[in-house]
Design a protein around this ligand. Structure first.
Ligand code: FAD
Ligand code: SF4
Length: 497
């Protein structure tokens, strides 16, 4: 069993009828390969152990192996020992798992692969178009037609394909924010927690606040909780950020979708059903469905189309190490402190902190995007290479040179101020443009536009930024360059994962 395909409903029919031996391998080698957030390890291992127990209770014989070896070495050793075993498995998503299986296949022909049923789109159908820069919006429309989700005949429900423009509201003061879904860790999870603290004490993050679902049943409760408490306001406040509220109206379902505790169709169909019964605004249900059948499926195909060359992508050629604040959130930039703290505590932040605060800062400080990608990979509960790499090297850092995103995601302090309450409690002033007390995003942004002017000038949607910079007075331009140079020189950096 792959660690990210943990649902009996996705077993082929013959497996459900014949109940063959199910093989699970926990590889310490894999867990050590990067300093994965302790909660991420807890989540993956606890979910795998729970699933093995569930299968056992349902009458499946189970072989559960813990090994210090890599996954392929462990598997080859077992297949050598048990000559009568034939291995059947669902197509994995991760490049390294695909390569590991190639190793196993070169050793024995007793391996059969069947299609991955956790996703909705066929990789081969879209791969070439996505590789040549076909945008997500057009892919998404095709997915709406294919699935029939939110369609009225040939037309999109409500008349528009996309309600993004309505979904950029700042949180009103006094809006009540629902509590997040929490699960009390059981004995299995606590045992895994002790093991992680023992074996990986120096890994990123903390374990004490762990409250994630670890079974498909609990993940379905998390889905219900989201539908009842947050779907209604998902759309309008999708881009909003607030101190002390990492989740807001987001679903926090990505860990469960990515581990195979929920599937895309299950989540979309439940959400659409709920939206019809409860008159959920079209902008909210459309926004939510777009994330799953649009972005999530597109990102997966992009990964398979672009691997393995994309791993080294670095369009701007940035070589600076990751800023130290990504490790400890110890910084006077309040937005970064507010956004990174929940990652250390719970391995989660929603899309806008990831994109418009953390990645934006990484870009503006000329940080090596591959280090940022590694950081996102080991720090987040929902990170697997197939989903983190396209989001970081494709979307948020423009490292692929514009295949996935139409322009680099960079912004000054005004954007963060508009979408959050962070700036009012910051030691820097978002209104000031240069100097020691000015918001660093302000001058770093213009410094970036000037440094990367060729990229922006070639882009019809972004060349106005260069024109705006060029219209500034000589003194203002000099002040921007001086402030940026000083900030970048003094920024502590650290790359020792
Ligand atoms: P919601 O806002 O509730 O969205 C619903 C679902 O849509 C998510 O659960 C997720 O499955 C899917 N989704 C939305 N956007 C994307 C996207 N861009 N790519 C893939 N799926 C998407 N997502 C991951 O699952 N794993 C990652 O490692 C990851 N790394 C990211 C790194 C960066 C720099 C950025 C900008 C985005 C990243 N994302 C990643 C995408 C997105 O931020 C998360 O899927 C989302 O924040 C998860 O929280 P949620 O479940 O509350 O999402
Ligand atoms: Fe962030 Fe600048 Fe706002 Fe401070 S003033 S919170 S650094 S955007």
């Amino acid at each position: 069993m792959w660690h990210d395909q943990l649902m009996v409903d996705h077993f082929p029919e013959w497996v459900r009828e014949e109940r063959p031996l199910l093989l699970f391998i926990e590889s310490a080698h894999k867990a050590q390969s990067r300093p994965y957030h302790k909660q991420k390890l807890m989540f993956v291992l606890s979910a795998m152990r729970h699933f093995a127990l569930e299968c056992h209770q349902n009458g499946y014989p189970v072989w559960y192996e813990s090994t210090p070896q890599s996954f392929d070495q462990g598997l080859i050793r077992l297949l050598d020992k048990h000559k009568h075993w034939k291995l059947y498995h669902m197509e994995p998503n991760e490049w390294d798992s695909i390569q590991a299986l190639k190793q196993v296949r070169s050793h024995t022909n007793r391996v059969t692969t069947y299609n991955n049923t956790f996703f909705l789109a066929d990789i081969d159908e879209f791969k070439d178009r996505i590789k040549s820069g076909w945008r997500m919006e057009f892919f998404y429309r095709e997915m709406r037609r294919k699935t029939g989700y939110l369609m009225e005949g040939e037309l999109p429900a409500g008349g528009e394909w996309n309600y993004d423009k309505e979904n950029r509201k700042k949180l009103p003061k006094n809006l009540s924010i629902p509590a997040t879904f929490q699960v009390e860790p059981d004995a299995v999870t606590l045992e895994v927690q002790h093991m992680i603290e023992d074996l990986f004490p120096h890994h990123f993050g903390e374990t004490n606040s762990f409250a994630y679902a670890v079974t498909s049943h609990e993940a379905q409760r998390a889905l219900e909780h989201f539908l009842h408490t947050r779907l209604h306001s998902f759309g309008p406040y999708e881009d909003a950020m607030a101190s002390g509220h990492a989740v807001l109206f987001h679903s926090q379902l990505s860990p469960y979708l990515n581990a195979g505790l929920l599937s895309a169709s299950m989540v979309c169909e439940a959400a659409i059903r709920y939206s019809v019964q409860h008159e959920i605004p079209i902008a909210s249900i459309e926004g939510f469905i777009r994330q799953i059948i649009g972005w999530r499926e597109y990102i997966r195909i992009y990964y398979h189309a672009m691997m393995p060359e994309i791993r080294t992508a670095n369009y701007f050629g940035f070589t600076e190490d990751l800023p130290q604040l990504f490790w400890d959130a110890d910084t006077s930039l309040n937005c970064l402190r507010q956004c990174i703290k929940p990652v250390i505590e719970d391995a989660y932040a929603h899309h806008i902190p990831r994109l418009m605060v953390m990645s934006n800062f990484s870009n503006l400080t000329q940080t090596d995007p591959r280090q940022l990608n590694e950081w996102f990979w080991f720090s987040y509960i929902d990170a697997y290479e197939w989903v983190v790499l396209p989001n970081v090297l494709g979307m948020s850092t423009f490292a692929d040179g514009g295949i996935l995103a139409s322009k680099p995601y960079v912004a000054g302090g005004n954007y963060i101020n508009k979408m959050s309450d962070y700036c009012s409690s910051c030691t820097y002033s978002v209104k000031e443009k240069t100097g020691d007390s000015a918001c660093p995003f302000n001058y770093l942004y213009w410094n970036f536009i000037d440094d990367q002017r060729e990229t922006f000038q070639q882009n019809g949607r972004a060349n106005f930024m260069v024109n705006t910079f060029d219209k500034k007075s000589v003194e203002e331009k000099q002040a921007i360059k001086n402030s940026a140079e000083k900030f970048l020189k003094q920024l502590p950096r650290n790359w020792s994962p």
